[in-house]
Design a protein around this ligand. Structure first.
Ligand SMILES: C[C@](O)(CO)[C@H](O)COP(=O)(O)OP(=O)(O)OC[C@H]1O[C@@H](n2ccc(N)nc2=O)[C@H](O)[C@@H]1O
Ligand SMILES: Nc1ncnc2c1ncn2[C@@H]1O[C@H](COP(=O)(O)OP(=O)(O)OP(=O)(O)O)[C@@H](O)[C@H]1O
Length: 339
């Protein structure tokens, strides 16, 4: 992972990066664990829908502080979500220890015995409760930023990659994925995640996949969706999906995609059915829920197709639903010196 090379050491006290969202192209649940979590088998890809995070190192204080807002503003997001009762709730991003950025930085300081403080500024572009892992991605980026900012006392960040992965797993099941895999290249941006989500293997993509992502105005709680799940007695083997993915054949990929959390998510939010139906009617035939929802996505052949389908879908949906045309990207975004 090019952590140590992107910013020269000892000149910067602030860095910035753009955490991406993710989609679960395949998600099976194989068992319920004694600790209340589930054993999962999932294939995830990062997509080019991003938050923006700036972290400043504070040498004169040991505080962890943060400001968090929607991009370009919370008012615009509340309007975009059509002023629904839930929109003001969704537009609220915690800026205390409930934010995974603060939790990640606290865990980093404790693990490495670092004394400095950090001030974070988070600009959100990834909707909350969408199953797109926005908070987890922010947490992974915060760990990478802190690792770089602490090079003067801890040495090269590249030497802490494994320790960061261990810290990431304590913050949330999806956080290790967003750190990226060592040696990951443009062609291996996808990952198969097992265990609670922390056991990762790279998966090759033949080429970046264009996608349409749609958020149906309401978010879903991951814990609630898992809480309603009935663990299947027979699980779906991911191999046919992995084969389809490496072939690059979009039709085959679509046929083999699956998400075991769809049924419990639809029970809580029947609007998900309407969204999938609208996507289908707009010409997106291979669509499904991502993670624990509520966002749904479809893979297309070209980015042009994705843009045209997104425009048709926007015109069909109720006010408050959000639609993006984007594509898969690399997991660990560049960390830059903040000017
Ligand atoms: C749905 C996915 O996004 C698929 O990638 C993840 O499995 C969820 O990962 P996450 O949001 O990072 O989840 P966490 O913050 O670790 O856990 C939130 C809640 O989801 C449930 N949970 C999560 C992950 C997992 N493997 N089994 C679970 O049962 C637990 O009830 C947990 O209390
Ligand atoms: N950095 C953060 N950004 C946004 N929300 C955060 C952040 N840290 C904590 N939260 C809280 O976590 C909740 C859900 O976060 P997030 O949007 O990542 O969930 P999700 O879309 O369900 O993702 P996942 O795919 O991990 O299940 C938010 O509603 C918010 O209260």
């Amino acid at each position: 992972m090019p952590l140590a090379t992107t910013v020269p050491t000892n000149v910067q006290t602030a860095v910035e990066t753009s955490p991406p969202a993710k989609l679960n192209l395949f998600l099976e649940i194989t068992a319920r664990r004694c600790d209340g979590f589930h054993e999962i088998d999932t294939v995830m890809v990062p997509i080019d829908l991003r938050d923006h995070l700036l972290i400043q190192r504070l040498d004169s204080s040991d505080e962890l502080s943060m400001e968090a807002q929607w991009m370009p503003s919370s008012e615009i997001w509340t309007q975009k979500l059509s002023g629904s009762p839930q929109s003001s709730h969704l537009a609220q991003i915690p800026s205390d220890e409930n934010n995974l950025v603060i939790r990640a930085l606290a865990a980093f300081r404790k693990h490495f015995g670092v004394r400095c403080g950090f001030h974070s500024r988070l600009f959100k572009g990834i909707p909350a409760g969408a199953g797109m892992g926005g908070a987890s991605s922010d947490a992974a980026s915060a760990l990478r930023c802190a690792s770089l900012l602490c090079e003067p006392e801890l040495g090269p960040a590249a030497e802490r990659v494994e320790e960061l992965a261990a810290i990431a797993a304590t913050i949330g099941s999806d956080v290790p994925f967003f750190l990226g895999l060592p040696g990951q290249s443009e062609s291996t941006v996808a990952a198969r995640a097992r265990g609670r989500g922390e056991l990762l293997n790279p998966v090759s993509l033949r080429s970046p996949l264009p996608v349409v992502v749609a958020y149906p105005r309401h978010g879903l709680s991951t814990a609630e969706v898992y809480g309603r799940l009935t663990v299947p007695s027979e699980t779906i083997d991911p191999e046919p999906f992995l084969k389809a993915l490496s072939s690059g054949n979009r039709k085959l990929i679509g046929e083999k995609m699956t998400n075991r959390l769809t049924a419990p998510a639809r029970e809580i939010r029947p609007e998900i059915d309407e969204m999938l139906e609208s996507m289908w009617r707009s010409g997106l035939q291979t669509c499904q829920l991502t993670g624990s929802g509520s966002a749904c996505f479809a893979i297309t052949d070209t980015i042009g197709q994705a843009r045209r389908a997104a425009a048709r879908l926007r015109a069909m949906l109720q006010p408050g639903a959000l639609v993006w045309a984007t594509h898969t990207t690399t997991t660990a975004p560049r960390v830059r010196h903040a000017s």
